[in-house]
Write a protein that binds this ligand. Structure first.
Ligand SMILES: [Zn+2]
Length: 119
C-alpha cells in the first residue's frame, strides 16, 4: 500500500480526482465505494467497479456523453481478450461478442484491473 495520498480515482460523475479509498466524491457526493477506476477514452468513458464495467458512450468528437450507457456485469463476461497490436478489448456477453476500442494506456490499466481476476 502506498503511504502517500493520491487522487487517482476520477469521479465518473463530475471528473474530480478522489482518493482511491474514497467512499463518496469530494465534490458531487457520488457513491465511489465500488468504483475501482475511471478511464476516459475517445468514444466512451469507462467506469470499472467491483461488479461491472459501465460504458458511457460519447459523441463522434468525444466531447460529450450521449446519454447511452452500457453496463456489463463482470461475472457474465467470458473469454476476455486484450489486443496487443490493435488496442481492443473483446469479451463474450450474453451470447454476443463485444469489442471496445481503447487507447493503449487505458487498455493496459483495464488489463491490470480485471485481466487476471479468477473466474
Ligand atoms: Zn463527483
Amino acid at each position: 500500500m502506498e503511504p502517500e495520498v493520491n487522487f487517482s480515482l476520477i469521479c465518473p460523475e463530475c471528473g474530480v480526482g478522489n482518493s482511491p479509498q474514497a467512499l463518496n466524491c469530494l465534490v458531487c457526493d457520488r457513491d465511489l465505494e465500488k468504483t475501482l477506476a475511471f478511464l476516459e477514452d475517445d468514444s466512451f468513458d469507462l467506469e470499472v467497479t467491483i461488479e461491472c464495467l459501465v460504458e458511457y458512450r460519447k459523441n463522434f468528437w468525444g466531447t460529450n456523453r450521449t446519454g447511452k450507457v452500457n453496463q456489463y456485469h463482470r461475472d457474465r463476461m467470458e473469454n476476455l481478450e486484450f489486443g496487443e497490436e490493435i488496442s481492443r478489448f473483446k469479451f463474450d456477453y450474453e451470447g454476443q461478442r463485444k469489442v471496445l476500442a481503447f487507447r493503449k494506456e487505458n487498455l493496459e490499466k483495464l488489463k491490470a484491473l480485471i485481466g487476471d481476476s479468477p473466474g
